[in-house]
Design a binder for this molecule. Structure first.
Ligand code: B12
Length: 309
């Protein structure tokens, strides 16, 4: 049902005046963004200029609008539910109970109301998964519940993909990544892939248990601009480090930026792993992605209407 709701939101239009009120910027600013291609405009049968809700929401996710009031876009979901602690609490309940409708309504609803993929990952999904792990450690749930919750979360996230690629460009830069050999975690790499798709990349996720030798093949064949590695568990940290250094040398020689992160690398001293980014959260990764591939953005984003010429 929620997925239909997303499709409905994608297909529906809003007027430039409505967007101007919701974003807290003047109508002339909206017109300029349309002229600059920041916000694609469409003509109705009657010749009126209309904007797609999904494009406006993408702008909201990428920008900073201090006078934002999403209720004015008449979204068919509760736009006030962007308290990430509350969303994470509800997601944890959905994951623990195996309730796919609840998980969908939290994840799809949060995305549809403008929460960025990185915030969804860092502030909603990671804490909910962490609580799920703690519940297992404390004997309140079985491994069966933890596995069911992880797969539920993975499935619901995959459903977002068509919406994330709705406006994909032909010449998107390529990014490739996954988890190293022996690491069977999947959520962080999936979230990185979705965040990159949303940011206009052609992101290819090789998933868990990917040997670094295979990432080298991917670099040769796919010629990415960016490679990522997410590590939650490293069975042989010294072996990984030696292999990783070779991998990084090859990537650097090919002009590929390398981002690394994940629980297994959290305690590593800065500089141990040569990398373009050794990050601790998806927000770090999103920042790097935007630096390497900036998208057309509003030049004076978020300025209140009365300050915009
Ligand atoms: C689900 C889970 C599993 C599942 C994974 C299933 C799957 N398909 O993903 C399974 C059952 C396989 C599993 C197994 C194990 N697990 Co486990 N697992 C978890 C759990 C509960 C959730 C992990 C998760 O999905 N989080 C959601 C993602 C989105 O968050 P995240 O991974 O933390 O990533 C965040 C950041 O690290 C960062 N990030 C991650 N990657 C990257 C990459 C880049 C480039 C950047 C910039 C940032 C970044 O951004 C993310 C969002 O904020 C955690 C508990 C916890 N506290 O996290 C334990 C946890 C990760 N597991 C742990 C352990 C010890 C294991 C086992 C070794 C247990 C065992 N003795 O068998 C095995 C290892 C198996 C293996 N070979 O991989 C430990 C890891 C300890 C460590 N390395 O410091 C944890 C932390 C539990 C704990 N507190 O001890 N696990």
């Amino acid at each position: 049902m929620i997925f239909n709701m997303m499709a409905m939101m994608e297909a529906t239009f809003v007027s430039p005046a409505q967007v101007s009120r919701a974003l807290g910027v003047s109508t002339s600013t909206i017109k300029r963004w349309v002229d600059q291609g920041v916000l694609p405009a469409h003509r109705t049968a009657g010749g009126h200029r209309k904007l797609l809700r999904v494009d406006v929401l993408r702008l909201v996710r990428e920008g900073n609008f201090p006078r934002l009031d999403l209720r004015l876009l008449e979204l068919p979901v509760d736009a006030g539910a962007a308290d990430t602690n509350e969303l994470s609490r509800r997601l944890f309940e959905g994951l623990r109970q195996g309730d796919i409708s609840l998980c969908r309504s939290v994840i799809h609803g949060a995305y549809a109301t403008g929460l960025s993929m990185e915030t969804l990952g860092d502030e909603v999904i990671a804490p909910a998964m962490s609580r799920l792990g703690e519940s297992w450690q404390q004997g309140r749930i079985d491994v069966m519940h933890e596995h069911r919750g992880t797969l539920l979360c993975t499935g619901v996230l995959h459903e977002l993909r068509p919406a994330l690629e709705a406006n994909a460009q032909q010449d998107r830069p390529v990014a490739v990544g996954g988890n190293p050999e022996g690491d069977h975690s999947s959520l962080a790499s999936l979230l990185i892939q979705l965040m990159l798709l949303d940011a206009g990349w052609d992101a290819i996720n090789l998933g868990p248990n990917t040997p670094l030798a295979s990432l080298r093949v991917a670099i040769r064949e796919l010629q990415p601009r960016l490679a990522w590695l997410s590590a939650s568990h490293l069975p042989d940290p010294d072996g990984f480090l030696a292999d990783y250094r070779d991998f990084h040398d090859q990537a650097r020689a090919a002009g590929v930026a390398v981002a690394v992160g994940g629980k297994a690398l959290h305690g590593w001293a800065p500089g141990t792993l040569p990398a373009t980014l050794h990050g601790s959260c998806l927000a770090d990764m999103a920042k790097l992605a935007r630096t390497l591939h900036p998208r057309p953005r509003p030049p004076k984003k978020g300025r209140p209407a009365n300050q915009v010429s």
